[in-house]
Structures are given as structure tokens and as C-alpha cells.
Design a protein around this ligand. Structure first.
Ligand SMILES: Nc1ncnc2c1ncn2[C@@H]1O[C@H](COP(=O)(O)OP(=O)(O)OP(=O)(O)O)[C@@H](O)[C@H]1O
Ligand SMILES: [Mg+2]
Length: 707
């Protein structure tokens, strides 16, 4: 074979006999069977952020330099770009000529992929500048385009290589934005900016028509990272509800105020439930009691950095005193009352933290860092204790916020634990926020209490929504919104924004109500990303059960889930979902339920359409062959969703009649609408449309409201 000059680069293994074959082969050399050289494993639909970065000066280099030198420079640049992608846990999908294509959230979703992509873009630019600066050469400039939206992510196996392929509009948009960018510019689409606006400085460039997109895209230029997150100011208007929760936090402050002893409150709740907002609201209260206020946050993408939390903490205190963290630590720690050995030990501990960080002014002490990791750890414990005690001695009572402790980096954790233990002896109140499933080990300590935040009630939901729209909502609409979002403030705000954008709210008797029912079920992109990340974090068995359950509907029986999973028991998987607050177990023989429709819709939307159709079909079969006569509406819905038009249409008509018989006009119109959509160009569709029109004339517009 070699003799015939065929290069055996990538082997394709024959699925039947396992023999390796040339990548270009269509039949197996060994057994003669056809080779499935490009096999696709099923994928999913997900929200990702795509980034294209193109090296502008590539063609200039080619004309100016020797080809070998160009290759060297470009390889080096690609190395730096890839390192930036890796740092933010994205994946380089491809190098294309002089450009790199990276995706954030394709292999694993984070709840801040757009932010990660934007920061990655900034780092790409600055690392190219840095290298050029070090060499005294002009930097290679980049054009960067970033877009966020839905793609189909599938696994493509070519030979023994497995590639993840992402396909969708979003990829094209990112590429077009990159083409549109000026040298040195990073352009973002609206969805990316929305999701990351709290941490980015951006300006609007304008609306641009983009090939392949029906609507023009609003383009933003990235100017940089916002230094301090707009905590507290991040939401519209006043804090809504949370009366009892605020009282708990105030109690802790007052107790410290009274006794001079520290208290710790751990605020627990899902993303967006309002942990940071609640804690931020205590600042005025704390200052009113004469407390200093220190806010420290942990970021999802610094979890892998050494001493990230310790550095933030030291930095915030230094900021408060108008100095840098190195000098502040020196001033605070080394007083005349400690002996030389202690001084050296503490200095070694600070230098250990400074070593891996931009913590200047401690280079001279680097030699004092102990060689034995156990010694470093011990002296860090001593350092933390002294730092905290001195802080209390010099600065008096203080409220310290440790936001998102679940993202604290590993090396800082012992320091953080130590801080929590010793605050009982100093007048510090510590507010810690965390997500469920990540309760710190020190939670049982006597001076630590837990505060679980739940969603706002229906009234609170309505008030929050009104703070976004500027007009009150009708009661029914507030109830619908509460039901849909579980009262999670972030979900409420984003859902209302989407409704406003889609003109789905109409004014009736001075209040806003849901208008056209189509579109009210749309899940805003950033919520899909956020909830998608929560689903991604589940173990595969739980994820599979969740998807199957979402096909069944908002409520489901474990038996049916198990049947659709091929008979495997689903109890363990469902228990995991309940623990993750995604579903609620059945009460007294009833059915299990999704916590709120948003999470249901996101789980459902994450499946490939082909998989959804298959599951709906199997579900309809199972309903038909079950011991009880199936509920006709349900059966019609599953037949329709399986794409089985011929079986679905008569069922839909039957379901509509049954609905009309009990006066459920909205439901009846819904069945006819589905039938009309399924039928498409078929003349029978006209008949259904006519019936919907008749019904609409017969009843008030209120009757066509969504669920
Ligand atoms: N009680 C409230 N009243 C008004 N707005 C609120 C309230 N709670 C939260 N919000 C708003 O909802 C959004 C989400 O809140 P927040 O950022 O505090 O959530 P979180 O629980 O800290 O989420 P994460 O786990 O992602 O940090 C913010 O815009 C916030 O201002
Ligand atoms: Mg928060």
C-alpha cells in the first residue's frame, strides 16, 4: 500500500472487524464492509458563546518577513491565544489560516460563558501586546468577534479522532462581527452584553445587517472590564420583600455590636435568587452601627488561581486605606511587640501568598517561605489569625461579605476557614453567600447560622416586574409570572424584559397583562445559559432522567420516566434532581413536578429535535397501550410533538371538541392552532384557521391569553 503512495494519516477503524483503514477509504481493506467513516453521536442544543479572533497583520508579515520567521511568530501568537482560551475554560475548536475559533460552553456550560469569552478577548489582545513590548516590536493586532446563542453541539468521529462540532447562527454572527471589527477591536452582540453587563464596559457601535440574520444585530464595542462589580446597584429600584431575611442579618450585626463577638450568617440559594442583593442591602445598616464594610467576591474563573480570595480580601482592605495590599499587610502585621522569629515566620507566610501573585513589595522576603508545605500551612494559619486580630484592634467592628464562597480557590480555603473560626473572638459579622449543594464544613459551628432564601411570593414578583416595566401588572399576570419563575428575581427580571421586547404585554384597565400567547414561553438566552449550566453539572443519569421527564410534561410519574429510559429504575436519578431543587417529589401518591416551568423548558429545549420527537412518539404509544384510557389532550399533544401528523390531527380535533364542550376556548384554539401548523400547506389547515377566527370573534380577546 505504501508502495502505491497512499499516505496513512488518520486511521478509520472498521466498526465490524476493527481493522484500521486509510482516512479516505470507503470500504474496509480487511472485510470489505462499508466504512462509517463519519459517524455522528447524538448531540444537544445549547447556548454557547462563540469567539473568532483574527490576526490582522498576518499578510503584512508575509510580505515583510521570511516565511520561516512568519510561521514562528504566528505559532507563538496562536500559543498565546490558545492559553487565554484555556484560562477561561473555553475550547479552541479550530485554527483557520490566521484566525482562531473558540467556543465557551460547548463542552461544559458555565453560567458566565459570555463574560469568560469577553475577558478572554481582552487577554488575547494584551498578551500579544506584552510579548511585542518585551521584544520592542510592534504588536500583532487582533480583530475579535463574540456572539452568544443557541447551537447544535454534536460529536463527530472521523477515524479515531473525536471532534465537537457546533453549528448555528451564533457561529456565523461571531465570524461576521470579527470581520466587522477594526484592528484592535473586540465586538460583541447584544446577547453577550446582556449576560455580562455587570462586569464589562461597553459602548454601542450601532445596528448592522448580518448576512443570514433576518434582523439587524446591535453591535457593541468592548472597552474593558469593570473594576468593581455593581453590587447592590445591580438591580432596579428598592429591595422587594425579604423582611424576615433582612431581620436575621440585622440581628447578627446587632449581636456583634452588643457583645463584641463575631457572628457568621451563610445565605444559601440558587443563582439569581437574590443572595448578593440582600447582603448588599445591609451596608447602610452596618455603617449605621459604626461598622466598617468589606465586600469580597469569588469569581467562577479564578477558582483555579492560587490565593485568589486571600488577595481580594487584602486588596479591599488596602483600597480602604488608600494603599496597596503589600504595604498594608506590612503596616498591620509587624509591630514592635512581636519577636524576630515570629516576624520572620509571618513574613514567610505573606511571601508565600505574594509569590504567585501581583503582590509587590515582598520580593525580598521570598527566601523566608518555608520549604515544607506543612510549615507554610501552619504559618498561614498564624498569619490569618494575626491579620484578623490586628484588623479588629486598629479598625474596630466590621462587616465582611464573602460572596459566592462556592467559588473560593482551594489554596485560600484553609485561610477562609480559619477566618470564620476566629471571628467569634473579634467584633466582625461575616455574611457568606453560597449556592445549595455547597455548604461549608464549618456550618455547624455555634456562631454560624444558615439562612435559606426562597423565591419572592406572587405579590413580590408583581412588584419586581412593575419596577422593570414602570407599570403595575394585572394579578393574573403576576400569578403567571410567579408560577413560571418560582419567584426567582433574576428570572422575573429577565422574563419581563423578554416579554417587553416581544411586545407580549398589553395595557388593559391601566395594568399590564399578557397579550398574544405566542412567544410568552420564550426563555431568554441568558436564563437558558444559566439553567443549562445547572443541568450540565448533573451526573449523566440524572440529566437523562430530567430530559425524559421534560418530554412528559411539568408533572410526571417515576414509572413513566423509567419506562422511557428503557426500564432502568429512575429513583436515584430523581432523588438527585430533587436534591438539586430542580424537581419536587410527589406528595401523597401524586406526581413529581418541575420546580418551575422555566427549568422544564430549558431541559426540554436542550434536546435535539429528533430525540424529542422519538420520545414523544414512544410516550404516545405507551399512553395508548396503558391500562387506563389516555387523556385525549395529552395523547394529541404527544402525537403532534412526535411529528406524526396523520395520527395527531384527528386526535387534536377530538381534543378541541372535548375542550369546547366544557367551555375551555383557549385550549380548544390551542389544539386547532397546533393542527393547522402541523398541516402546513394541506388544505385542511384552512379549516382549522377559520375555526380559530370564528372563536376569536365569538369571545373577547382575553380568551386567547396564554396559560
Ligand atoms: N429582593 C429583591 N428586590 C429587588 N431586586 C432583587 C431582589 N433580589 C434580587 N434582585 C435582583 O435580581 C438579580 C439577581 O440577584 P442576585 O445577583 O442578588 O442573585 P444571587 O443569588 O446573588 O445570584 P448568584 O448566585 O448568581 O450570585 C439582581 O439584578 C438583583 O438586583
Ligand atoms: Mg450573587
Amino acid at each position: 500500500m505504501e508502495g502505491r503512495g497512499r499516505r496513512r494519516t488518520k486511521a478509520v477503524r472498521c466498526a465490524a472487524c476493527g481493522a484500521p483503514n486509510a482516512a479516505s477509504a470507503r470500504f474496509c481493506d480487511q472485510c470489505g464492509r462499508i466504512l462509517a467513516s463519519v459517524a455522528r453521536a447524538p448531540g444537544d442544543r445549547r447556548i454557547v458563546t462563540a469567539l473568532f479572533a483574527d490576526i490582522v497583520d498576518y499578510s503584512r508579515l508575509v510580505t515583510e518577513l521570511d516565511a520561516e520567521e512568519v510561521v514562528g511568530r504566528i505559532d507563538e501568537a496562536f500559543g498565546l491565544l490558545a492559553a487565554a482560551v484555556e484560562r477561561y475554560d473555553g475550547a479552541v475548536e479550530k485554527f483557520i489560516g490566521d484566525a482562531v475559533f473558540a467556543v465557551f460552553g460547548a463542552r461544559r456550560a458555565h453560567d458566565d460563558d459570555p463574560l469568560r469569552a469577553a475577558l478572554c478577548g481582552l487577554e488575547m489582545t494584551s498578551s500579544l501586546e506584552q510579548v511585542a513590548h518585551d521584544r520592542g516590536e510592534p504588536p500583532l493586532r487582533l480583530r475579535v468577534g463574540i456572539a452568544t446563542g443557541e447551537v447544535v453541539a454534536s460529536v463527530r468521529e472521523v477515524g479515531d479522532r473525536t471532534d465537537l462540532v457546533v453549528t448555528g447562527d451564533t457561529v456565523t454572527t461571531a465570524m461576521r462581527l470579527q470581520e466587522l471589527a477594526e484592528p484592535g477591536e473586540i465586538l460583541l452582540d447584544e446577547a453577550s452584553v446582556r449576560a455580562a453587563r455587570q462586569r464589562l464596559e461597553v459602548e454601542v457601535v450601532g445596528e448592522h445587517a448580518i448576512r443570514g440574520r433576518a434582523e439587524p444585530v446591535r453591535v457593541h464595542r468592548l472597552r474593558g472590564e469593570r473594576q468593581h462589580r455593581l453590587v447592590g446597584a445591580a438591580g432596579p429600584g428598592l429591595l422587594i420583600g425579604r423582611v424576615a431575611d433582612r431581620a436575621r442579618l440585622r440581628d447578627a450585626l446587632e449581636s456583634t455590636h452588643r457583645t463584641g463577638r463575631g457572628r457568621v450568617v451563610v445565605v444559601i440559594g440558587d443563582a439569581g435568587i437574590g443572595k448578593s442583593r440582600l447582603v448588599a442591602d445591609m451596608e447602610e445598616e452596618a455603617r449605621g452601627l459604626g461598622f466598617a464594610w468589606t465586600w469580597t467576591e469569588n469569581l467562577s474563573y479564578t477558582t483555579g488561581e492560587y490565593y485568589a480570595f486571600a488577595r481580594t480580601f487584602a486588596q479591599r482592605l488596602a483600597d480602604e486605606h488608600g494603599t496597596d495590599s503589600g504595604s498594608f499587610a506590612r503596616r498591620l502585621l509587624f509591630t514592635s511587640d512581636i519577636d524576630e522569629t515570629t516576624t520572620r515566620r509571618l513574613a514567610g507566610a505573606v511571601a508565600a501568598i505574594a509569590r504567585d501573585a501581583e503582590f509587590s513589595g515582598w520580593e525580598a522576603e521570598a527566601a523566608l517561605v518555608p520549604a515544607d508545605p506543612a510549615d507554610i500551612r501552619r504559618s498561614l494559619g498564624e498569619l490569618t489569625a494575626r491579620y484578623v486580630r490586628r484588623l479588629a484592634e486598629t479598625g474596630g467592628p466590621r462587616a465582611v461579605v464573602i460572596d459566592d464562597v462556592h467559588w473560593a480557590d482551594r489554596s485560600s480555603r484553609p485561610l477562609l476557614d480559619q477566618l470564620i473560626k476566629i471571628v467569634t473572638d473579634v467584633p466582625f459579622t461575616v455574611f457568606v453567600t453560597t449556592r445549595p449543594g455547597s455548604i461549608p464544613a464549618w456550618a455547624p459551628l455555634a456562631h454560624v447560622e444558615l439562612l435559606e432564601l426562597s423565591g419572592l411570593d406572587s405579590r413580590g414578583t408583581g412588584r419586581l416586574a412593575a419596577s422593570v416595566t414602570g407599570t403595575s401588572l394585572g394579578d393574573e399576570t403576576s400569578d403567571w409570572l410567579h408560577e413560571r419563575t418560582g419567584g426567582n428575581p433574576l428570572f422575573v427580571v429577565e422574563t419581563v424584559r423578554a416579554l417587553l421586547e416581544d411586545d407580549a404585554l398589553v395595557m388593559r384597565d391601566g395594568r399590564l397583562e399578557l397579550g398574544d400567547p405566542s412567544g410568552v414561553d420564550r426563555v431568554p438566552v441568558n436564563l437558558r445559559a444559566l439553567l443549562g449550566a445547572r443541568i450540565d453539572a448533573l451526573q449523566p443519569a440524572a440529566r437523562a432522567a430530567l430530559q425524559v421527564a421534560s418530554v412528559i410534561g411539568m408533572s410526571f410519574s417515576p414509572a413513566l420516566v423509567s419506562e422511557l429510559l428503557g426500564g432502568a429504575p429512575a429513583d436515584d436519578a430523581l432523588a438527585v434532581l430533587a436534591e438539586s431543587s430542580i424537581v419536587d417529589p410527589a406528595e401523597a401518591g401524586g406526581e413529581w413536578r418541575f420546580r418551575h416551568p422555566l427549568i422544564h423548558d430549558v431541559a426540554y429545549a436542550g434536546m435535539l429535535s429528533s430525540r424529542r420527537r422519538e420520545l414523544h412518539g414512544r410516550l404516545a404509544d405507551s399512553l395508548e397501550s396503558g391500562p387506563l384510557p389516555p387523556q385525549i389532550g395529552q395523547l394529541a399533544h404527544h402525537r403532534a410533538a412526535s411529528g406524526d401528523r396523520e395520527r395527531a390531527v384527528p386526535l387534536l380535533a377530538q381534543a378541541a371538541d372535548a375542550a369546547l364542550a366544557v367551555g375551555a376556548v383557549t385550549e380548544a384554539a390551542g389544539y386547532w392552532r397546533t393542527a393547522a401548523v402541523l398541516l402546513g400547506d394541506d388544505p385542511r389547515a384552512g379549516e382549522f384557521r377559520a375555526r380559530i377566527r370564528e372563536l376569536e370573534i365569538a369571545v373577547s380577546p382575553r380568551a386567547t391569553r396564554g396559560r
